[in-house]
Design a binder for this molecule. Sequence first.
Ligand code: SF4
Ligand code: SF4
Length: 483
Amino acid sequence: MVNKDQHEVTQKSILEDFGIDDTFRDTLATVDENGKRIWLFPKMPEGFFYNARKYVSYFLLALMIGIPFIKINGHPIFLLNVVQRKFILFGQVFWPQDFYLAAIGFITFIVFIILFTVIFGRVWCGWACPQTIFMEIIFRRIEYWIEGDAAQQKRLYESKWTPDKIKKRIAKHSLFLLVSFLLAHIALAWVVGIEQVAKNFTTPPSQNMAGFIPMVASTLIIYGIYIRFREQMCTTFCPYGRLQGVLLGNDTMVVAYDYERGEPRGKVKDKEAKNLGDCIDCNLCVKVCPTGIDIRNGTQLECVNCTACIDACDSIMDKLDRPKKLIGFHSTDSIKSGKAFKLSARQKAYSVLMALVMGLLFALIFMRSDVESTVLRNPGTLYYTNDDGTISNLYKVQIVNKTFDAIPFTLSTDFEGARIELVGSDGEHALPASEETEVTFFIYIPREKIKDLSTKVNVYVKTPDGKLLDKDRTSFLGPMTAG
Ligand code: SF4
Ligand code: SF4
């Protein structure tokens, strides 16, 4: 993997070779010399990649909106209720007892992100991140619809307040608020379930402050992000974006400018006379960039791989009757060698590793037991000597039923001569669906069978027809010597 310094040396020497000014490194594209934000007006993208991105986004938006409505046997397929610590993934309930799975899942997720980025760069950012999808496919298009393309938006921004500007601003802010309100409800449906969201919708706020406040807060946060922060979420706040400097290598596939083909750049009319490269310095790739950068300066942290510059440059190459992909999915190595991007041996090995860790996670999720029990000796008690010649110990068992169905159960042990009696038993026991149950019970063991002060005993949780649900091992206390 190439580190950031090596990368900078590579990019710097490339720029020096072509006599290109590299002072862009000293400034941010979105901040002027006084430290004031430069508001961006990206030109509306169009072309093959933009269309493909729209269809991928529609699919992901449909999943995001549709999943809270999908039920299996009346239960949501996904629920991420952090408040009540209730999680449902792929229709399976996860409890705090499954925390080890969350830890493994988190590690797997981090490994996956790292490996994926090392190979494919920021494809996630441009194509699947909700921030980009909402910004580029929903909010930006509302803006184009109401205020026009980049030049018209800029004119409107700089113009005085006229009735037309006020009308357009009111329309834009109202639609932004409405979409934020809807997105907030969808986000809440993933957390509290669609029924609770429907209840929030139909109950007056005075009777449902616990539902009303999160709804208002999420709406305002979403609205604030898309009306104000926009590309800053990717370039400044997102920790994943900040990691790019250490994750990207010379063989990583990124949106990149083929400087070997494009340089030296210059106007079309000078092309023959000055033996110029394919870049005609039209700046269209910069004008469409939602983060305001010039990709010809090399890979930069601000690039979210949205591919808008690929479409823009391809349209110019079409007009010039030159091959496409002057800007395209390249790696630094593939540009240098002039060969098409190919997965390296290291990237293939990483891909296999990614498949393995994901496989392990899914295996753990689907092999997880439906019932989990923990047997604990009753605190403060030792043992009882009974008239029938047995010794007994008092226990509590906590049993979590992770399924959506009640499960009848029995407790038993395989210790020779021992028996289990449940306290307050009427002979019928069932674990309520998706709940934790606590049961108190005695284990009786004939005194002559006890050889030690502490004897290990297995306790089995089974269904009445003998199917094992879970097994525990506990200590049974007895007198010092067998008697
Ligand atoms: S769009 Fe293509 S031709 Fe135009 S400046 Fe960018 S790289 Fe050069
Ligand atoms: S440089 Fe190109 S791919 Fe990167 S953010 Fe700008 S337009 Fe998108």
